[in-house]
Design a protein around this ligand. Structure first.
Ligand code: M6R
Length: 359
């Protein structure tokens, strides 16, 4: 069943290019995004989007908040479901409530969905499992079509969620008439390139294997990025934590100087997400500050950066979301290879379950 791969996680990392094709099938035409599963009435009168999710699904939601505001010009905020449930949230009926879940069974996310429904909000679930508790509860469902995900560490579920959310942001943008046709065309062009960006280059995999030899000795890791690369940094840190048991934090790069930079020393590994197409100069100066304080820097970027101690090269593209997916692969491989070297159970890390059905 592992089809020659060492672990389900490895198989699932390698499957991402293909599952994304399934995910986009029939949803991407020459000049628009099609979601047959959404009735136009679902978005009529909607002025705000609220997203609720847990873990990796929360990270795809956070990524989407940048895309919804940028591409659909809709106010969007994202909450961790277990926080949302008990904060006595103020909900207004012009808000579309979106929950994201691989399993469709996560207790906190399901309860958040029920709360929103009880408050009279329209709801949508982005889910990988049809006929799950969440798909039965929400007003509408968009399936991610990632196929069964066995590794506890989520990989292809995150990728397909992010693709669906990006498409949804464009769908909204078009419906609200806020996207010019040139902009829409260039976004659709980039979406069509996603499967290519997820094809794994042998040299990248080899590089992560080589780095894992040294990185398993890291005393702590900061994953840093800006904009959508901040949620990606959170996701990279979560992957490393859950399967390698090393301490890792994801941080918005611009926040480092507000405290965490005090930790910088050669044993602190900084994984810097440095896209060419979005805020490159800003992140560069954040990384320079860390380098000046002797943190060991590994940059993931299409551009070699002279202050990096290590460098994982991604392909040059013309859209930041394509860089996002290329970096995601590098992050997934790096955490998997560190876990392998530490002799951990990659597919079934300690203390974790695939689906968290208790609060
Ligand atoms: O099934 P869900 O997407 O609702 O699960 C949410 C989290 O439990 C899940 O993403 C968890 O964080 C993963 N193990 C991360 O790899």
């Amino acid at each position: 069943q592992k089809d020659g791969f060492r672990f389900f996680m490895e198989k699932e990392i390698y499957e991402q290019s293909d599952v994304v094709v399934d995910c986009m099938l029939g949803r991407l035409s020459d000049d628009e995004i099609l979601f047959d599963e959404i009735d136009k009435s679902l978005i009529k009168g909607i002025n705000e989007i609220k997203i609720c999710a847990c873990g990796t699904s929360y990270h795809s939601g956070l990524t989407a908040s940048y895309l919804f505001e940028r591409l659909s010009k809709v106010k969007c905020n994202v909450e961790i479901a277990s926080e949302f449930r008990y904060k006595e949230p103020l909900l207004t009926k012009d808000t579309l409530f979106i929950v994201i879940s691989q399993s469709g069974e996560t207790a906190d996310t399901l309860e958040a969905l029920k709360m929103a429904k009880a408050a009279g909000l329209k709801s949508l679930v982005i889910c990988n499992v049809d006929n799950s508790s969440m798909t039965r509860t929400a007003d509408a469902t968009i399936l991610t079509r990632a196929g069964i995900e066995k590794g506890v560490a989520s990989t292809k579920a995150f990728t397909t969620q992010t693709v669906v959310l990006w498409m949804l942001a464009l769908y909204f943008g078009k419906a609200k008439n806020v996207l010019g046709s040139d902009k829409l065309q260039s976004e659709l062009h980039a979406l069509r390139e996603v499967p290519k960006s997820l094809i794994i280059d042998d040299s990248m995999h080899e590089k992560t294997k080589r780095l894992s030899k040294r990185y398993l000795h890291g005393h702590g890791f900061f994953f840093i990025g800006r904009d959508v690369f901040f949620p990606l940094a959170l996701e990279g840190a979560l992957k490393l934590k859950e399967i390698s048991y090393l301490h890792a934090e994801g941080y918005p790069a611009g926040e480092m100087k507000h405290g965490p930079i005090a930790l910088a020393d050669p044993e602190l590994f900084t994984i810097a997400l440095m896209p060419q197409n979005l805020l490159y100069d800003k992140i560069k100066s954040n990384v320079e500050e860390l380098s000046a304080r002797d943190s060991t820097i590994c940059s993931i970027s299409p551009l070699d950066f002279d202050l990096s101690d290590d460098f994982i090269k991604i392909n040059e593209t013309d859209h930041y979301m394509l860089e996002f997916f290329e970096m995601l692969i590098a992050l997934q491989l790096l955490s998997m290879e560190i876990s392998v070297r530490l002799g951990n159970d990659v597919d079934m890390p300690r203390n974790l379950a695939k689906s968290v059905t208790v609060e």
